[in-house]
Design a protein around this ligand. Structure first.
Ligand SMILES: O=C(O)c1cc(C(=O)O)c2c(n1)C(=O)C(=O)c1cc(C(=O)O)[nH]c1-2
Length: 228
């Protein structure tokens, strides 16, 4: 079995596979995306945002530990909101509207590309079918997300003058949550992976999740090729 630091190192070593360095994100951060490309991105990523509470509910359904379930439940409330009109889901829809999409065309998923649907559905299925701690490990991309989201807010506001700070509320709110959740998730994985086989499965789960995100973005980049 790997020691704590060695295991953590193996997880962190996957950062190079994370979507932070995907060419589509690089173009976004450089101000090179067209309004149509930003709309395709937002409408497709909606499908991911909408799936997250179902993914988290799958983790809870497989977890026998009340302490973990109690903590994990907060993620569902975070995304869905405590009531209608609140939460990450609502903030994402507002971002879509700010980019020029109607709420209805986001909600009916007409812009969602087949590979995005396929990748996101695979993430939900993974959470349903794997042991809870391995599914939790797949969410450790959050370790890499805080820095990327902070940079995104700065770069998007600098390069796309028609996007206002309040339009990016999803990310400004999320940055705060992700720093706390990231630590919490790492601790759960380090504590509950108790054999070498579980540690290896956790590293593989994180690699799988990096591939889910990368595939989404590659499809989004390809799906908007006509607008470049
Ligand atoms: O904007 C991003 O780059 C980014 C990345 C990720 C991620 O790395 O999975 C998440 C989010 N945002 C995010 O907002 C979010 O709520 C979230 C939940 C999860 C997850 O797997 O449970 N990842 C992410």
């Amino acid at each position: 079995m790997l020691g704590r630091d060695e295991f953590l190192g193996a997880l962190q070593a996957l950062e190079g596979r994370y979507w932070g360095t995907h060419p589509f994100h690089e173009r976004m951060h450089a101000g090179a995306l067209t309004p149509a490309e930003l709309r395709t991105w937002a409408a497709n990523r909606w499908y991911y945002q909408a799936a997250l509470p179902r993914k988290d509910a799958a983790i809870i359904s497989n977890c026998p530990l009340p302490d973990v379930r109690r903590v994990w439940l907060e993620r569902i409330v975070y995304h869905d909101g405590a009531k209608e009109g609140e939460g990450g889901r609502e903030d994402w829809l507002r971002l879509c509207e700010a980019l020029g999409l109607d709420r209805a065309e986001v909600l009916d998923e007409r812009h969602v590309l087949p590979p995005v649907r396929f990748a996101v559905d695979a993430y939900v299925t993974f959470a349903r079918t794997q042991p809870w701690v391995i599914a939790v490990a797949s969410g450790l991309t959050e370790m890499f997300a805080g820095h990327l989201m902070r940079r995104r807010v700065v770069d998007v506001l600098a390069h796309y003058p028609w996007i206002a700070p309040q339009d990016l509320a999803y990310f400004t709110t999320r940055v705060e949550a992700v720093s706390g959740e990231g630590v919490q998730t790492v601790e759960l994985v380090l504590e509950h992976c108790r054999t070498r086989a579980e540690q290896d499965a956790a590293v593989a789960a994180l690699a799988f999740k990096c591939d889910v995100l990368w595939s989404m973005l590659s499809a989004i980049a390809g799906g908007t090729a006509g607008n470049r």
